[in-house]
Design a protein around this ligand. Structure first.
Ligand code: F6R
Length: 256
């Protein structure tokens, strides 16, 4: 079911199969429209099924990644590339090893960089040199973060080093054997970098996201809820499952 709330298109998928298909189709449509698209990718639990579907679409010849340039949103710091929890490994396992993207066109912040400030600056320079993002895939943290832009940060930043909030370390501990193994820092595209994308696909699933989705899409625009800045974007699709949409349903039903 599609709703229009101001600038925002909200697509509520009835089940995970539809969620994954619709998410993959949005990315496919972008690449088919502009084969040399610059696409920003997110990691985390939410996009895994979308990427699986996208790999299928690539395998069946419906979308071609040959000319695509990718930039990932973020990476833990410090982290070795071969750490099973690095976003470098995540992207290889969940998408890049399964599609015909050219390795030299894949960009992920380097969690092994000796000079992290220079890594952030050079990552931002590369995004700029590529003409900024045509399309950005986003997840949302239960605390409202996008990328690793945590609550209370700036709305204007470029790629930078952040200290993760305890709530994020706790949320992401599920992927690591031991919470103390979760890196405390990360390199992330800034809000300004993210907002430069011509189109944004925000993905959220599960009841754990219901409250923050309401705050992000219909609450005050405040750095305390970084994702609320997305209300200012002119080309945003929020793809939600019914659980993540639960708290906004009364608002959406009032709109139609
Ligand atoms: C990941 C990222 C994060 C996640 C968010 C949601 O690259 O930037 O903002 O999108 O933490 O994570 P999941 O999907 O695991 O709930």
């Amino acid at each position: 079911m599609i709703y229009h709330a101001g600038n925002i298109v909200i697509n509520i998928a009835p089940d995970m199969a539809a969620f994954n298909k619709d998410g993959a189709r949005s990315i496919m449509d972008q690449i088919n429209k502009k084969p040399d698209s610059v696409v920003g990718f997110a990691t985390g639990g939410t996009p895994v099924g979308v990427y699986k579907e996208l790999a299928e679409l690539n395998k069946s010849g419906r979308v071609d990644f040959r000319s695509v340039t990718s930039f990932n949103l973020d990476e833990y710091y410090p982290i070795k590339r071969d750490n099973p929890q690095s976003y470098y490994r995540f992207m290889a396992e969940n998408l890049f090893d399964h599609v015909n993207i050219q390795p030299h066109k894949v960009n992920i912040p380097n969690g092994e960089a000796a000079d992290v400030e220079e890594e952030c600056a050079s990552y931002e320079r590369k995004i700029k040199a590529a003409g900024y993002l045509d399309f950005q895939v986003l997840g949302i943290g239960s605390n409202g973060h996008i990328g690793f832009n945590e609550p209370g940060g700036k709305f204007q930043g470029a790629t930078h080093l952040v200290t993760l909030k305890e709530s994020t370390v706790k949320d992401n501990a599920r992927f690591f054997g031991d919470p103390s193994d979760v890196p405390r820092n990360a390199i992330t595209m800034g809000i300004k970098t993210i907002m430069s994308a011509k189109k944004i696909l925000l993905l959220a699933t599960g009841s754990v996201k219901a409250k923050v989705i309401k705050e992000a899409l219909f609450g005050d625009i405040t750095p305390e809820v970084p994702a609320s800045v997305l209300q200012l974007h002119t080309n945003l699709i929020a793809l939600l499952d019914t659980e993540a949409a639960a708290e906004i349903m009364p608002i959406l039903e009032g709109l139609s």
